[in-house]
Design a protein around this ligand. Structure first.
Ligand code: CMP
Length: 355
């Protein structure tokens, strides 16, 4: 086993290791903890630190081994995870050195695919998010001003200045409602009701923008991946650009391990499949293997009858599945493809068309 592959063992539990580390840091802040418990927790932190040191070595070796990917953020996080606790231990001393282990909060971000997506969503939706944030600021200031004017004489200690009233406005607008400042006048209470409702609206806008942004980003990722997969199926090269876009949207990628059953004889069929990579085995009396570019499962869609044969993955296989409604759309838009599929189905059935 090479040094690199040995060290790689320590890379996956990145985030998992951070969790006990952070729990140990939190536990060490409990004042009446026994000396023995403190020692055990310190050992936990030392072990995790050791694992992170090994991971840093692995990251640096990978870089030297010519890893072309830009790993600068990962390296920065690995370096900080080792250096910050070490420097704190050497320079700060007990008991506060353990607090610096909270730098491990960065570890779960290291290999996450979520944060790059979040970054793209925030960048794409920046204009809308800034718009809603500006609205929030305007409403916040306006509400604080109104609360100050209405309540300043009744409760000067809570609403005696705009900054004081702003605290109430933030707590009410976010519908948190600590209850430390409550309007006493009728006008103040009407204002509070309006603020709560507008708060809900503003947060709904934020949530809506982010949810739409995430949905579009995920769809875009799926589209790009499907587009590459569709390019591997020669049948689709007959399609015009408009239909191709529709088909790329409709197709669903599926990975099946070797031996997995994809469809079973006698079952109703609601989709057909295109082989992108790998091979499938059709369990007919003379078993047939289908490879990249081939399709199967079309017979049930055309005839409406149950599956004619069991089809399983002969090797690990990458497929694209097409639902029956989208299959009808494909046949409607491309008579040429519909004819190829229909002829293949007839050949496979070994019968002559009746119509
Ligand atoms: P379907 O009947 O929907 O589900 C099983 C599929 O196996 C079938 O559609 C065909 O796509 C495929 N199939 C059946 N017989 C053969 C054959 N002789 N050669 C290749 N594929 C077949």
């Amino acid at each position: 086993m090479s040094v690199l592959s040995f060290l790689r063992i320590y890379a996956p539990p990145n985030a998992v290791l951070a969790a006990p580390g952070l729990l140990a840091v939190a536990a060490l802040t409990i004042p009446d903890l026994s000396g023995r418990s403190r020692l055990v927790l310190a050992v936990v932190l030392a072990v995790i630190w050791g694992a992170y040191l090994l991971q840093l070595a692995a990251t640096l070796l990978k870089r030297r081994a010519g890893d072309v990917r830009n790993r600068t953020p990962a390296i920065a996080i690995d370096v900080l995870a080792v250096l910050v606790p070490l420097a704190a231990f050497l320079l700060v001393g007990t008991p506060d050195w353990s607090l610096y282990c909270t730098v491990w909060l960065l570890k779960p971000l290291r290999d996450s695919t979520f944060f790059p997506v979040l970054g793209r969503v925030l960048a794409n939706e920046a204009r809308n998010l800034i718009g809603v944030t500006t609205l929030f600021g305007v409403v916040l200031f306006g509400v604080a001003l109104a609360a100050y004017v209405i309540e300043r004489d009744i409760q000067p200690e809570k609403f005696g200045s705009i900054p004081l009233a702003m605290w109430w406005a933030v707590v009410t607008l976010s519908t948190t409602g600590y209850g430390d400042a409550i309007p006493q006048s009728f006008a103040g209470r009407v204002l509070a009701g309006l603020v709560m409702m507008s708060g809900i609206g503003i947060f709904a806008l934020w949530a809506g923008i982010l949810a739409t942004g995430f949905y579009q980003e995920v769809r875009r990722g799926d589209f790009v991946r499907n587009w590459q997969l569709v390019a591997a199926v020669p049948l689709f090269q007959k399609l015009g650009p408009a239909v191709l876009v529709e088909i790329v949207r409709a197709l669903r990628p599926r990975m099946m391990p070797a031996g997995a059953v994809i469809c079973r004889i006698g079952e109703p069929g609601d989709r057909m499949f295109f082989v992108v990579e790998g091979r499938v085995s059709v369990a007919t009396p003379n078993p047939v293997e289908l490879g990249p570019g081939a399709f199967f499962g079309e017979m049930a869609l055309i005839s409406g009858e149950p599956r004619m044969a069991t089809v399983s993955a002969a090797t690990a296989v990458s497929l694209l599945s097409l639902h029956s409604a989208d299959f009808q759309m494909l046949c409607g838009s491309s008579p040429e493809i519909a004819e190829i599929i229909r002829k293949t189905a007839i050949e496979r059935r070994g019968a002559v068309p009746t119509a």
